[in-house]
Design a protein around this ligand. Structure first.
Ligand code: PEP
Ligand code: MN
Length: 353
């Protein structure tokens, strides 16, 4: 029953962890009479059923509330009903490579851009990332570049990414910019799809990702667009994805439009506690794009943890000066990465107490 969730309205919360097929058929029959559809959202604890359409029909709600296997109908007044902290999904946990976000500081690290001509840099970087204690490996295959003549990425790098994943045993994250990338990445075994800052407001791409991952345990790392203002705009972008049935969306502040000279973007890790007041979604901060220079990344990473981030996404390279994309300016060396992760984990533990 998964389909296009143009407008998610009320949620049906069953008494059991999920409806039986018979119950689902009955519920579907009722909402169909009122021109609505049912969209299943599979949470870690229980499945909830969104009524997609116009939920203002009191008679429909009354009939659903009258069913003995329905616990209640949740009508949260929020533009992001699934991602809202008050949603039944607030107990949902996201797990990547056996590690559940929220249980330890979750660190994604690796190159901005994989160099398809020099795969060994990425293999060595991946080994260093593993050795640094990171939980997942990042590597850009397709790159959104401001300059149309800059290197735009290469599909060959997808093989390099997956080979590095096999060698290290680390799950991988890579950015997708169009539907063809989504299919290629999922078919190759990429576990975390990154939506970049430039595409975080590309609603057709968000819908395409939501649809593609609906039946999988794939996770999406959603960067914050520099054009996003209100926090609800960021969380609603996550809702676009979750509305198709898989709520595994992580929010990633990565700096916003710079208001002063010096940093590439204006560091926005301080929005972490504000996000956490509104949504249950884990927050993984990207300090690398935020400050845009390796020298400042460690401070930005620690600041993010101090603000309550659940994780970090850091660019690193065995030899930054030999890297491509952002790596020459932003990537941490293995030594600094190791130190940054160790300190960030210590701070995370202090914060937890
Ligand atoms: C990246 O992660 O390399 C990247 C391009 O990030 P952003 O979309 O945040 O600019
Ligand atoms: Mn980058």
């Amino acid at each position: 029953m998964r389909g296009i969730a143009h407008f998610t309205s009320a949620m049906i919360l069953p008494k059991a962890t999920r409806l039986t097929l018979e119950q689902l058929t009955e519920v579907t029959g009722i909402v169909t009479e009122f021109g609505c559809k049912i969209q299943q959202i599979v949470g870690a604890v229980r499945t909830i059923y969104a009524i997609v359409g116009d939920e203002r029909e009191e008679l429909m709600i009354n009939r659903l509330e009258g069913l003995d296997y329905v616990d209640r109908i949740d009508r949260i007044q929020s533009p992001f009903k699934l991602m809202d902290k008050r949603s039944d999904l607030a107990s949902h946990r996201i797990t990547i490579g056996g590690v559940t976000l929220g249980e330890e500081l979750f660190v994604i690290a690796g190159a901005c851009t994989i160099d398809p001509k020099n795969p060994n840099y990425f293999y060595e970087t991946a080994a260093a990332v593993k050795e640094s204690g990171a939980n997942a490996l990042r590597g850009g295959v397709w790159k959104p570049r401001t300059n149309p003549y800059s290197f735009q990425g290469d599909v060959k790098s997808l093989d390099i990414l997956m080979e590095a994943s096999r060698r290290t045993g680390l799950p991988v994250d890579t950015e997708v910019m169009e539907e063809a990338h989504i299919t290629l990445a999922l078919d190759a075994g990429v576990h975390t799809l990154q939506i970049g800052a430039r595409n975080a407001l590309n609603y057709s791409l968000l819908r395409a990702v939501g649809k593609a991952i609906a039946e999988r345990d794939t996770v999406v790392l959603l960067k914050r667009s520099i054009h996003m203002g209100p926090l609800s705009e960021f969380i609603s972008a996550a809702e676009y994805i979750a509305a198709f049935g898989n709520p595994n969306v992580i929010l990633c502040p990565r700096g916003t439009t710079p208001t002063l000279d010096g940093y590439r973007n204006h560091p926005d890790e301080s929005i972490t506690p504000l996000l956490k007041e509104k949504t249950w979604a884990p927050v993984v901060v990207d300090p690398s794009h935020s400050v845009g220079k390796a020298t400042y990344v460690q401070a930005a990473a620690l600041a993010a943890v101090a603000y309550g981030a659940d994780g970090l996404c850091i660019e690193a390279h065995v030899e930054p000066t030999k890297g491509i994309g952002d790596d020459p300016k932003q990537a941490l060396t293995p030594e600094v990465l190791r130190k940054t992760i160790a300190q960030a984990r210590q701070l995370w533990e202090i914060r937890r107490k």
